[in-house]
Structures are given as structure tokens and as C-alpha cells.
Design a protein around this ligand. Sequence first.
Ligand code: OAD
Length: 277
Amino acid sequence: MNRDGSEMARAAELLRQARHVVVFSGAGVSAESGIATFRDAGGVWEEFPPERFATLGGLMKTAASDPPEFARFLLAVVEPIARAEPNAAHRAAAELERHVQVTVITQNIDALHTDAGSTVVHEVHGSLFDIVSLRGRFLRRLTREQMRELASGLREAMANRSGVTAVMGVLRPMLGLGIRGAHRPNVVLFGEGMAEPAWTLAQEAVRECDCMISVGTSGVVMPAAMLPMQAQAAGAALIEINPECSGDADHWLQGSADEQMPALVQHAFEAPGGSVS
Ligand code: OAD
């Protein structure tokens, strides 16, 4: 049960006493940056069913059988991320580093925690900005500006009903399927292994943290969803920030990440006299 002010006070006290905090984030942390979540009403998987768009096989089949739909999916993913800026929740996670050791573990591929200034970020589902060979060898990192150019090129090609070749030309900095230089963004699709070394480092941090803030995740996608349970099993306190309650956390701060995350940091470290009133 959320007990409003008292929940905030207790969570803030835990945070103040912590030595190492893991911020474990999901799509909800970026919702106020204009990036849709996956499973909320109007989420990505509602419009683009996972069986056609969330696996490598499904995506390749969709690309071959229905190129305009494939391009529409890519635009729906790429454009909001290309335009996004960190919100108050990302900034609060970065600000937390001024007070305590922080490791951010994110399922998001939008690079917003890094842009907000967090210095230790493990992107366990990879990053849209990292381009790798089909075998996973790192090739280059795109800038958000390059991502914006790619998104507007893609939007224009779609508006002009350009053919597959033109669309693939626009996508080339991010995605190449030809025999010359096949490459893709380093994002983890369903059925693929977790991004490394991020996943190994994330598990190490979870084993040794004493407080985890789980923010904006439905906690249903394995194996990432195990992390809060692993943290609790290792003795860490679990604070959840989400409009919906999972029932697993020691303290639930009900509401939007961009409001609750800064409020938590402020209560823990910036309340008058260093204590929560
Ligand atoms: P989901 O879409 O499953 O869950 C989003 C969560 O954010 C829900 O619990 C919402 O209640 C919450 N939420 C919505 N708006 C919020 C806000 N403003 N502030 C705080 N919380 C809010 O997204 P994830 O849990 O991130 O993986 O999904 C996990 C994985 O499933 C993704 O990384 C992706 C997806 O399929 C892959 O594709 C491999």
C-alpha cells in the first residue's frame, strides 16, 4: 500500500543510509521524454505485435513481406528517441551521484541516463545508438543528431512512398542487410542474449548494492525482471516508483517518475537540516 508522505519519508531514510544504490529503470522513466512504453495503453506492442516486431525472425519476415510496415515500425521507435531529451527523473538519478555510489541499470535503449550525466550506466538491452556487426562486434556509436537526421530522412522517404532501396539507403548508417557491411543497432530482441558486458556488470552491482530504486518498469521481461528479486535476496531494500504497484517493493512511491524520483532525492538529501520533515 502506498502511504503517501510516510512512504516517501521511509524511502528517503533508506536512501540516505545507503552506501551503494542501484537505479533499475524501464520504459516508464522515459515516458515524460515522449517515448512510449511497451505495455501501457497505446504502447509500442499494442500497435506493433511482438511476434512480428520483437524477434529477429519476425522482424526479417516483416521486412521482406511488408516493407512499408517495417519502415513504419522503425520510425515509431527511432523518431521519439532521436528527439528525446532527459527528463527530471533521469536528471535526479544523475544528481544522486553527488551523495552516494550509484549504478544505473536500464532496460532502455534511448541513452537518456548517460545524456543526463549518470556515469555508471549498464544498458542491459543494449542501445539504439551502438552499431554492431551481425556477430556483435562494435562498429561505431551514432550521435543523437545523426539519429534525428536518419529519422527525418525515413519520414520523408515514407511520405514520398519511396521504394525499398531508397528506404534502405536512408537507414544505412544504422542498418545494413546486404553482403557488403551487414550491421544493426545493438538492441536485444526477444530470444537474444543480454547485452554484454552490461549484463554481467549489472548482476555484480545488484549483488553488492544495499538499496535499489526500481523505476518505470512492469518487471515482466526476463531475465532483467529478476534483478529486483535478486537485490532483495541479497539484503537490499527495494523502492518502487511507478503509477502501478507491483506489490514486491518495500516502499512504493506512486506516480510519475519525473515527479517521484526528484522528490525522493530531494527528501533524502536536501530537506532542511538533512532530515525529512
Ligand atoms: P513496460 O511497457 O513493460 O512497462 C512500463 C512501466 O512503466 C509500467 O509498469 C507502467 O506502469 C510504468 N509507467 C508508465 N508511465 C510512467 C511514468 N510516467 N513514470 C513511471 N512509470 C511509468 O516497459 P519495460 O518494463 O521497460 O525489451 O519493458 C521491459 C522490456 O520489455 C523492454 O526493455 C523491452 C520490452 O519488450 C525488449 O524488447 C527486449
